[in-house]
Design a protein around this ligand. Structure first.
Ligand code: GAL
Length: 817
């Protein structure tokens, strides 16, 4: 069945006829001639860049001799030196911001002169202003949003053109937390026929889903930019993951001059393969429009067939199956790569989270890159997509409140239109810890924002991450407009939420904020501590800016990891939780003052090395066998050391020191770990987990001798020569027997030859002031990281690591096409 919808706004302006032609399923497929269709060009290469004010970049007379040549995505902040004096402050990563200009010249083929040409930016941080051939296109203040401009009227076809982009991130602080600066996401040039599918012009939903069949509702907006009537054919093809057509619809349409129409088509899919977090099966819908059989335009829309709902008593259901949301909040930076988007870096992050058992991500607190959502679709994450961290009332001086009135509707709609087809997206969040919770203005703003969301998409619940859990005091809640109540922290109150907010649906939108430094154990376990609110206070008596990696310290508003998970696990009405955070992120180094400059909240450090608590989640959130013991085994003789083990799929764990049993322990009640108090002696500490008397796993940690050698462990052995692919190489400092030296801090120098270059180094230490862009890094607690990117040469990459007093080592990385 085919439905037609008229675009209501345009209807007011122009009257047009739509002629309908129905094609039954049995009708013979007609041959469509190949036309060129939509041309989408990656526009990332060969920009010129200069820091500072350079308005002359708009003009052809500019002398670019001393401008830097680079490819975007680019983040100039991450290239800078750390300083407490930078206006970003440690909360923003203590890296420089300021103003920068980009300019790029490019040819547009003569053959495009009857096309509509657009430039699309996935994200520019921030206040981008853009000129094409000296003509001003506009300003987009919000740094996290995707946008496009039409270039057609200003282009010189068959000639050289120049685009200039001013980026102004100088007003600080303007976002919580590190933002990066520059054209930090992808840029594309899009050339469409002047009769084309609109920008973000398709929408798909699955109103009925069962094992046997699914209904797919699809809508497309088509624009006729010509001043004459056009007869076209529209064809939509549903394709499965192997490329096989499983359904298709065609229709003839007539578009009035300069008109736009919305066309709907429904499909029924028999025996659909459902999208789930374990098996994220993706179909796609290929939309093409033709004129006289010549392809005018075409786009592909992802289609995940799934159904989900939140229940006030039972939580969350995906495809009818009760599913606890085991989520993490992620901030957008990629550690040593800064904000600059790279799909391989995102993939590495998501793989680590998947391995831990994470099934959901909250994009905190702003719209992510499109690639992040594409990967979430492909890898099977449930996403909470979030628009804002503030509304009209700010938290910091220069944040979104300064542009709220003019931009909130446009920016919110841009997020909704861009992201509405991702099957992974299952919640729209209109804001995080919004100040308007606390006064009556919250009521009408919430109503208005929810109405905007519903005007674009009614298939997903609208939520907001709230802090105030007393109904009378929370004006966002009092709007009555939210479908799902997200509560941040205060896990002690979760049990009582159904009494306070009868018949509502709940999720812990943010929780824990546990503080840890990977590999540091500078405080005995068992001492549960909240970080005291006084800023800068060193809570563990050390001045080395590390926090014990035992799960015992958290922000005073948070909890340990174990505390919140135990609560959420047992309460059915809590749909799940999003832990703050999956990874450490740049900025917000509380409670430590500078030189601390990145956060301590991650389950994984900034370099991508799991902290011990990663394995607590893995033991709870996956079905695979887990046994993890810590800390390391290098202490002073006679010291008493608490040894913890996370395990699952077993009844007990037995610990042995140098072959001597230290006893068998089992988790009791809702325990999530077992622990022994051990008098230290050097040697080896072995744990064995057993189920019904059978060994499940064995783990041994050994006392390391002096550092003697370097080990390089790449996350893959080959990379593409596309100047984009990355290999993340873990650098371990080992003793001569190959045991990790757990306190090693040797400076490691890297050399790379052939088809690769070094694009980042890190060691996960939150207070290191070494540059992320150097060719050397000190190890921290025995480890550091070097990131190699292909440079376009098809030559074997050789990476060598040297360090004074240690045996150097090399690895090869193959380059493939
Ligand atoms: C929350 C806030 C986050 C982060 C976190 C740290 O209140 O939403 O952005 O600041 O605290 O614990």
């Amino acid at each position: 069945m085919i439905q037609y919808f008229k675009n209501i706004q345009l209807k007011e302006a122009i009257f047009c006829f739509i002629l309908l032609c129905f094609f039954s399923a049995c009708e013979e497929e007609r041959e469509m001639n190949e036309g060129e269709g939509r041309i989408v060009q990656n526009f990332n290469a060969d920009w010129n860049f200069q820091l500072g004010e350079h308005p002359e970049a708009k003009n052809d007379t500019i002398d670019l001799a001393d401008w830097r040549k680079l490819d975007v995505p680019h983040d100039w902040s991450i290239e800078g030196e750390f300083s407490e004096e930078h206006p970003t402050k440690p909360e923003g990563g203590a890296l420089p911001a300021g103003i920068g200009w980009y300019r790029k010249t490019f040819e547009v083929p003569e053959s495009w002169n009857n096309r509509n040409v657009f430039i699309s930016f996935d994200g520019v941080y921030r206040n981008s202003e853009i000129w094409i051939n000296g003509k001003y296109l506009g300003k987009r203040p919000f740094g996290y949003i995707s946008f496009q401009y039409e270039l057609t009227p200003y282009l010189k076809f068959g000639e050289s053109n120049a685009i200039a982009v001013k980026v102004d991130n100088s007003a600080q602080p303007n976002s919580r937390w590190y933002t990066g600066s520059g054209i930090y996401r992808n840029v594309h040039l899009v050339a469409k026929s002047n009769v084309h599918i609109d920008h973000w012009g398709t929408s798909v939903s699955t109103p009925f889903v069962s094992k046997d069949s699914a209904k797919v509702s699809f809508k497309v907006t088509i624009k006729n930019n010509l001043d004459s009537l056009k007869k076209i054919q529209l064809k939509n093809v549903v394709v499965d993951q192997s490329g096989k057509t499983i359904a298709s619809e065609e229709v003839n349409l007539q578009l009035s001059a300069t008109d736009s129409i919305n066309v709907g088509q429904n499909f029924t899919i028999s025996n659909p393969k459902l999208w789930s977090t374990e098996s994220p099966y993706l179909y796609s819908i290929e939309t093409s429009i033709y004129q006289d059989r010549k392809l005018l335009d075409n786009v592909k829309t992802p289609l995940g067939i799934r159904k989900f709902h939140f229940d006030s008593e039972k939580g969350f259901f995906l495809n009818g199956k009760h599913t606890k949301i085991k989520g993490v909040c992620l901030h957008h930076d990629n550690g040593a790569l800064g904000a600059a988007i790279n799909v391989y870096a995102l993939e590495r992050k998501l793989k680590l989270l998947k391995k831990m058992g994470t099934n959901a991500i909250r994009m905190a607190h702003n719209p992510p890159s499109p690639e992040m959502l594409e990967l979430s679709d492909k890898m099977g994450f449930i996403v909470q997509d979030e628009a804002f961290d503030v509304w009209k009332k700010g938290k910091i001086k220069e944040d979104y409140q300064t542009i709220w009135d003019k931009w909130y509707e446009k920016d919110l709609k841009a997020m909704l239109y861009r992201d509405r087809n991702h099957p992974s997206v299952m919640m729209w969040s209109i804001g995080n810890e919004i100040r308007e919770q606390f006064d009556s203005t919250g009521v009408h703003i919430t109503k208005e924002l929810v109405a905007i969301v519903k005007s674009v998409d009614t298939t997903r619940p609208v939520t907001s991450a709230l802090t105030e859990n007393i109904p009378e005091k929370n004006f966002v809640w009092q709007s009555g407009a939210l479908d799902l109540l997200g509560f941040n922290y205060k896990h002690e109150a979760y049990e009582d939420l159904p009494n306070r907010f009868p018949n509502q649906k709940f999720i812990s939108s943010e929780s824990v904020s546990g503080l840890m430094t990977r590999g540091s154990y500078d405080m005995p376990s068992g001492e549960r501590r909240n970080w005291p609110p006084a800023h800068g206070e060193d809570f563990d008596g050390n001045d080395d800016y590390t926090v014990s990696a035992y799960d015992q310290v958290s922000a005073y508003w948070g909890s340990t990891h174990e505390e919140t998970w135990k609560t959420v696990k047992k309460l059915d009405h809590m749909a799940g939780m999003f832990v703050w955070t999956g990874f450490d992120y740049l900025g917000e180094p509380i409670p430590y003052p500078y030189p601390a400059r990145s956060s301590y909240f991650g389950m994984i450090d900034l370099a991508g090395f799991p902290k011990d608590v990663y394995y607590m989640y893995q033991s709870e959130w996956t079905y695979k066998d887990v046994l993890h013991i810590f800390p390391h085994w290098n202490w002073k003789k006679g010291e008493t050391i608490d040894v913890w083990a996370y395990y699952n799929n077993a009844d007990e764990v037995e610990l042995f020191l140098n072959g001597r049993s230290l006893g068998i322990k089992s988790k009791i009640g809702d325990d999530l770990h077992v622990a022994w108090s051990v008098e230290y002696e050097p040697g080896n500490l072995k744990a064995i987990s057993r189920k019904d008397g059978e060994v499940v796993l064995e783990k041994t940690i050994e006392t390391a001798e002096e550092p003697a050698q370097i080990e390089l462990k790449p996350d893959k052995n080959e990379m593409k020569s596309d100047k984009n692919d990355l290999v993340f190489v873990t650098v371990n400092i080992l003793d001569k027997a190959g045991v990790l030296a757990p306190k090693a801090n040797n400076l490691v120098k890297f050399e790379v030859s052939g088809g690769g270059k070094i694009v980042g180094v890190d060691n996960g230490y939150q207070a290191s002031l070494e540059s992320f862009k150097a060719k050397q890094r000190k190890a921290f607690n025995g480890k550091c990281l070097v990131i190699i990117q292909s440079n376009g040469k098809k030559e074997l990459v050789k990476l060598t690591a040297r360090s004074e007093g240690l045996n150097s080592t090399s690895i090869n990385i193959q380059i493939k096409d």
